[in-house]
Design a protein around this ligand. Structure first.
Ligand code: TXA
Ligand code: MG
Length: 339
């Protein structure tokens, strides 16, 4: 159901009040819901870590309503970042830059950098503008779990931990923002998202891909993240029906996330056809995995998605959520699962 994407004045005022009181506020962005705290109140930011069960040295993104106060958070804005901000802010892009001296360690995990994003969602913009400061916010899920793309997911994940949950309906992108960092004049893609590598290259030229040992930590980069609790396997595209049959039967129920309808009826299988368009597949991915996670199945099988850049962020999240990747039996009909 599509809900109005603007909050009432009363809702915004109570959210702003909660932030000023050092409490947590969950809010929608166009990517996923965030769990926010006043970024200038370290005690409030600590509550985020407690609510998520997230290790304390993992840095969080600071959200701003526009780049106008960027210098309060960032010591020196790289030239490439200025150009990226002009092209993609407000929007689903996060930039890791040198931190300003006044930024609290609890935000940065003690690193010399800070991640900043200007989200485009109208309700996030309302909140940020009314609050007037930076809001520190990771995704509003428990550590390692699927990010929430609807307000009810936030309630499921965090219960009463958020003093206010602003309900902006379904997130339109559904996957976390693209993250880049800057080093020696180069731009590194740390986390793929809906702003693609090609779009970034059009603005900054060359791009260094992937996090390396010298890069800042990205906990989303550790295995089994963004994950359902049911074990999940990625299956070569052409084998999804056969593998669903093989893995199910009797008490063994299997959940399937596919890109088409089943070729035949499967008795012990819960099947979701997420379609062939990366935009809607990505938008619905976490909600679909939540549904399948609750279906009482022993395993979730995911039909491998196509190669190509438009599927890159989806492939990345599927690989992190999966506990295993099945080999192709016959070497045919499979599509690559690696980014
Ligand atoms: O779409 C999004 O980015 C959502 C919405 C709410 O903005 N936020 C989000 O936050 O996904 P989180 O914390 O779940 O993921 C942000 C990632 C984490 O992996 C974190 O480690 C990384 O960004 N990060 C934050 N600050 C960083 C820094 N200074 N250097 C490197 N990575 C950083
Ligand atoms: Mg997260």
């Amino acid at each position: 159901m599509v809900r109005a994407v603007r909050a009432t004045q009363v809702e915004i005022e109570s959210a702003v009040q909660a932030l000023r009181n050092g409490e947590l506020v969950a809010f929608p962005t166009e990517t996923v819901y965030g769990l926010g705290a006043n970024a200038q109140n370290p005690a409030a930011v600590v509550k985020i870590f407690e609510a998520k069960g997230r290790p304390p040295n993992h840095p969080v993104i600071v959200h701003l309503d526009s780049p106008r106060y960027l210098h309060r958070w960032v010591r020196e804005v790289p030239e490439a970042a200025t150009r990226l901000a002009e092209s993609f802010w407000p929007g689903p892009l996060t930039m890791v830059m040198p931190r300003a001296a006044s930024v609290h360690d609890v935000i940065t995990g003690g690193q010399d950098t800070i991640a900043v994003r200007v989200p485009a969602h109208p309700m996030a913009q309302q909140l940020l503008t009314a609050f007037g400061g930076g809001i520190a916010a990771p995704s509003a899920n428990r550590y390692g779990r699927l990010s929430p793309t609807r307000a009810e997911h936030v309630r499921e994940e965090l219960g009463e931990a958020a003093r206010v949950i602003l309900d902006g309906g379904e997130c339109q992108i559904g996957l976390e923002s693209t993250i880049v960092s800057f080093e020696d004049g180069g731009v590194r893609l740390l986390r793929p998202g809906s702003v693609t590598a090609t779009q970034l290259r059009e603005v900054v030229g060359e791009l260094v891909s992937g996090a390396d040992r010298l890069s800042p930590r990205v906990p989303g980069g550790t295995p089994t993240h963004y994950a359902p609790t049911t074990p999940m396997t990625i299956v070569p595209a052409g084998e999804i029906d056969a593998q669903a049959d093989a893995a199910s039967g009797g008490a063994r129920r299997v959940a399937v996330l596919a890109q088409r309808l089943p070729l035949r009826a499967h008795k012990y299988v819960t099947w979701i056809n997420a379609g062939r368009r990366p935009e809607s597949y990505g938008r619905d991915l976490y909600a679909n995995l939540r549904t399948l996670d609750k279906a009482g199945c022993q395993r979730i099988l995911v039909q491998a998605v196509p190669d190509g850049e438009r599927w890159q962020a989806i492939r990345d999240r599927l690989l992190r959520a999966a506990t295993s990747v099945a080999d192709s039996d016959d070497g045919t009909g499979s599509t690559a699962v690696l980014p």
